[in-house]
Design a protein around this ligand. Structure first.
Ligand SMILES: Cc1cc2nc3c(=O)[nH]c(=O)nc-3n(C[C@H](O)[C@H](O)[C@H](O)COP(=O)(O)OP(=O)(O)OC[C@H]3O[C@@H](n4cnc5c(N)ncnc54)[C@H](O)[C@@H]3O)c2cc1C
Length: 393
């Protein structure tokens, strides 16, 4: 299938099977869970499955750029990423297991993720130290004979409830440079000493995949072979995971923005006030024009960053710039769409209320806006300080 055929197939599946039941999924209850299981089974049968991973990892992906295109469709509905088995944080975990895992680790942990038989979580952020500056993290991993012993407390481990395992960032090299102190260790969720407690977060009622959890590790023992990559390479691997992961987020946000935009335009044309359609009010026209410009700017920035990643570049500035710019655009576009819908935009009769509440986190997760702005300006100023002008390659 060509990329455009794939995109059409995902769009058709979403429109035919997910959008009509979307309002039932908001409740995140037993009925919604059963519905999601049915949708996942159907998507898998139809080959619309794990498009973030290449075929040698068990997925159907054809590179980062192709996935960018596809993800704009998948992002239209919050639940679609889960239906097609490319949901955060499993997508990022799958990518690093594929890239850094040993054959045994891939067999044991990646294979069930790709098959859709299990979920995972990524456990880095801690309540007691700044998540924006995770080099200060306190959870420890100490070798004792043939086992890692893990102690510490994490929170915002997304999807931890009901997951098979987590990838945990722990300090294993306390004397090393701050970027070499931590390692990533695979921890089965049912290991003695692991406690998972969901923390309610705006936008989700919270169940299984949509939970954000506090996870405690108390003398948790796992085999030495559960180390992912090298000792002290935790941040290096995290960067490999979070860089593309941030673009995954923006790709999905584009789907959200595009959908909000379409709803805004449709409502502006059909709703009349003061003798004419809302579409004829200049303020609404400005919202539509500004939203169109911002969405297209985000789309082109995303494609540029995805193209550079496909070429093997680290695209650090491109990713950070895109992350804060797109989070702002996402908030603005959905907010305008809600406003054009009036009170209806605040109800469950429109998907906008849910989209609005989920969108707020975009300014915080995977690095707050301020930190990404700092990264961009630092890199640019470093280039100027070295006597060079900054240029995007
Ligand atoms: C929905 C959601 C899902 C998440 N999922 C995961 C997950 O699966 N796994 C995981 O490990 N973590 C996860 N997180 C945690 C997330 O990555 C952190 O919340 C984020 O990195 C910020 O850390 P913090 O909350 O500790 O904020 P802090 O570090 O306490 O920062 C608070 C605020 O300080 C300001 N600030 C920080 N640094 C600077 C600076 N240099 N300049 C100016 N202002 C600054 C920012 O405004 C920031 O919002 C998730 C968070 C959310 C909201």
């Amino acid at each position: 299938m060509s990329v455009s055929e794939q995109r059409a197939a995902y769009r058709a599946f979403i429109d035919e099977h997910i959008v009509p039941v979307e309002h039932r999924l908001f409740s995140e209850d037993d009925e919604a869970a059963a519905l999601l299981d049915e949708l996942r089974a159907r998507a898998k049968r139809e080959g619309l499955w794990a498009p973030h991973l290449p075929p040698d990892a068990g997925g159907t992906g054809e590179g980062f750029l192709a996935y960018a295109d596809l993800n704009e469709e998948i992002g239209r509905v919050t639940w679609a990423q889960y239906v097609f088995n490319c949901q955060a944080p499993d997508a990022g975990n799958g990518e690093i297991l594929h890239q850094f895992g040993t054959p045994e680790q891939r067999e044991r942990w990646l294979a069930p993720l790709v098959a859709g038989d299990a979920r995972s979580f990524f456990s880095m952020t801690e309540p007691d130290v700044s998540g924006a500056d995770p080099t200060n993290l306190q959870t420890t991993g100490t070798l004792d004979g043939g086992e890692w012993v893990i102690n510490g407390r994490k929170w915002f481990s997304s999807g931890a409830e009901g997951a098979l395992f987590g990838i945990v960032m722990a300090v294993t090299e306390p004397a090393a440079d701050r970027h070499r102190r931590a390692s990533q260790i695979i921890v089965p969720a049912d290991a003695p000493g692991v406690t998972v407690e969901p923390v309610p977060v705006m936008g989700h009622r919270g169940r299984g995949w949509t939970t954000h959890c506090e996870v405690s590790y108390e003398n948790v023992r796992v085999p030495k072979a559960n180390l992912l990559g090298e000792r002290g390479a935790g941040f290096l691997i995290a960067q490999k995971r979070l860089g593309p992961g941030r673009i995954h987020h923006v790709m999905r946000w584009l789907g959200q923005m595009q959908r909000a935009f379409e709803l805004m335009c449709a409502r502006a044309l059909e709703r009349k006030a003061f003798g004419s359609p809302l579409a004829e009010k200049q303020t609404v026209q400005n919202w539509i024009a500004d939203s169109a410009a911002e969405i297209q700017a985000c789309r082109l920035l995303t494609l540029d960053a995805a193209h550079k990643i496909d070429e093997g570049k680290d695209a650090r500035v491109e990713i950070s710039l895109l992350k804060f710019y797109a989070a702002d655009a996402l908030s603005r576009v959905i907010d305008r769409a809600v406003q054009v819908h009036g009170a209806l935009g605040l109800t469950d009769r429109s998907p906008l209320a849910h989209m609005y509440s989920v969108a707020r986190g975009a300014h915080i997760y995977d690095g707050p806006d301020e930190v990404h702005r700092m990264v961009v300006s630092r890199r640019i100023l470093q280039a100027f300080a070295a006597g060079e002008a900054w240029r995007f390659s």
